[in-house]
Design a binder for this molecule. Sequence first.
Ligand SMILES: Cc1ncc(COP(=O)(O)O)c(C=O)c1O
Length: 396
Amino acid sequence: MKLHPQTALIHAERKAPQLINTIQPPIYRASTIIFNNTAALFDRHWTDAYDYSYGTHGTPTTFTLGDNIAQIEGGNYCLLAPSGLSAINLVNACFLAHGDEVWVADNIYGPNMEHLRNLESRYGITVKVYNAIDVESFQPSEKAKLLWLEAAGSVTLEFPDLINLVKKAKANHILTALDNTWGAGLAFNAFDFSDQHLSVDLTVHALTKYPSGGGDILMGSVVTQDKNLHHKLFRMHAIQGIAISGDDAAQVQRSLSSMQIRYERQAETALKLLTWLKTQDIFAQVLHPADPDNISHTFWKETCQTEQSAGLVSVIFKPEYDMTAIRQFCDALTLFKLGFSWGGPVSLVMLYNLKDMRQLEHSHLQQGILVRFCIGLENADDLIADLQQALKFIEK
Ligand SMILES: Cc1ncc(COP(=O)(O)O)c(C=O)c1O
């Protein structure tokens, strides 16, 4: 058939003459995936990871990244989502229904709590809040379906009593989901931790942070070892239309090879800052789970046997320093930029009013404004010098 040039251009053979080996895999961009014939269409098994059906179900590019993330975290299966928060949402949508009870740590990532409260008010789900370092505060009823964990918890960085919380959840047949963004699959293996063959059921990871590493890509993942859980998630993922772009997946894939080195460097710099911050009289408290003075230090030590910790450290200013003073400090920083998120090359700072954030009483936390530092890849001495000069701008 002689084709019009316009038609010929559209239907031109697009396959390269032969495949070559490259350091990074090729990038697939797809909404439509073409079936070779009707038999292939009707025989497809779209819930099996590698049976391609439509762009939202995945491409070789997204499956390769998912496999890598599962491997890093010690799981078997992975689903990718357009942000860490949407991965959290996928777990909540998949495993919570009307009448269920969900347990969530008081220091969980704030938008997860907000998301659960929204489900509570609209869909009749009960949200119960526990203290991550006090297993007795976790008292599940028969309706409890899901326990959310985060290690270390957001902003105040308490490392949870993971061993006892997971044991108790398992004894009560409650599904455990861990926000694994801080550990990134590097600080500890969430699917086999503390030499006790303990495992959470699911991990959620904001790939936006360490795996991306650039401060420029949003992505999330849900990893499990259990095929049945994965299939449930896979179906929910498909019917919610959750999809990521091949280009974004390739960017994260490219960064994975340097993730461990970046993680270790940022953790090392955070420890140097911790030591320096503890010498400063202006702070009532410096918060980091690897600090032997930290209330959750033993939980961190028994779980993170590699002695790894991420690049986050928080401080609570003494109560005589009010919000105006702390804002002067933050505005005076030059290397630390004011912004949300972490895991990128640029160090970030964010300020929080603790009393607006916690629902339980926490006697281990001092009163005062909290500032969280997220360590980038800059030199540690330069960062300390930046803090030092900015502290001079504070007026009592
Ligand atoms: C602990 C934690 N989990 C999840 C998220 C959500 O990730 P994303 O920003 O990709 O939605 C964040 C973001 O800051 C986070 O800090």
